[in-house]
Design a protein around this ligand. Sequence first.
Ligand code: KG4
Ligand code: ZN
Length: 330
Amino acid sequence: MITLGIDTSCDDTSVAVVGDEGIRANLVSSHLIHAEYGGVVPEFASRAHTILLYPLVNLALKTAGISLNQVDLVAATAGPGLKGSLLCGLSFAKGLAQASGKPFVAVNHLEGHIYSVLLAHPQLEPEFLVLLVSGGHTELLLVKAPFDYVEVGATLDDACGEALDKVGKLMGLGYPAGPGVERLAQKSRSPIPLPRPDPKGLDFSYSGLKTAARNYLAAHPDTSPADMAKGLEEAAFDHLVDRVVRAVKKSGVYQVGLCGGVAVNKRLRSKLSAAGDEVGFKLYFPLPELCTDNAAMVAAAGRERYEAFGESTLDASAFDRATFAQRSSP
Ligand code: KG4
Ligand code: ZN
């Protein structure tokens, strides 16, 4: 079965072709225009999606070496994300499916991120925990069975990637700042000590860390950017590791998937690996190109949904937020 996937949840236009043997094409066009504004400008994102979708679909089919006739299913992200951006990809996908007589399936972007782990590790079976850590989300999910998710922790304020992006912006790094923070941190000799967030239970909080970094930079204008980047990484990632270790111990589930854009970070991967060795849980990382937003993960999730529940109706609408998983303690 060949699935054409489309993701336009935020500021990347992505189109992928995924077959039975795996990914045949996974194209991502990031909109550089947002760097100038230090954050995503929704109207620019929608306009860019509209321009990019048609040529990217053609290029993805060409890269995969197939024609539209050979596609069996069209899958697109319906949410959560920026409403305008979502509508671009969703409407395009519905139109394409309708015009070509293919079934269409709407996909939850968060479920897509979970499938980025499963694309790399198809043998991974529930139950497993997933730490989703991106610019828009910081969540700990327990996958109890296929399509059965429990949210055991979520951010109370900013997402982890959002905090890196906002502090990075103050340091003059472009948007998104995460990759720049990682590069700078590698040059640090003496990381700035910043407070580790510690909200109750398994939830996350990043606004206090962001404010502490901002205050430090204001009080010490000569701070080495490398030392601030390293201090920020250490505090932000210690918080993630702390919640994962607690969730493993509380749930007794010793398999953990990591996904979302921040999961590309090598320091985060090594900190989590060290914790895994100590506590005894096994980690499952996607390939770096599947961590950040991409349509291959959407195609993979869409195919599973389609096989289990059939096609979506064409009135499936875009949503900016959603209750994806039942909230519960593990
Ligand atoms: O999953 P993603 O592409 O989009 C969202 O759904 O948000 O994640 C983007 C986030 C941004 O906050 C970006 O700064 C962060 O991932 N990021 C990184 C790295 N690469 C991307 N954070 C830390 N280190 C990186 N190497
Ligand atoms: Zn995402």
